[in-house]
Design a protein around this ligand. Sequence first.
Ligand SMILES: [Zn+2]
Length: 59
Amino acid sequence: MKSDIRVCSAWRERHDRPVYTLSRTCPVCGDEAENSAPAPFDPNDSYGEYRRALKRRSR
Ligand SMILES: [Zn+2]
């Protein structure tokens, strides 16, 4: 089973796309990372692995 996947809480303001991480802070901007809800949209298919992992967690 995968560890919790978190997403930068400020990615909409700071990044072009969701920044996923396994740590508590964003590796890119250092802001707080929060438990990721299902992706609101598909930036591109390279995140399919993350989306499937999120579905398995069912929120
Ligand atoms: Zn960030």
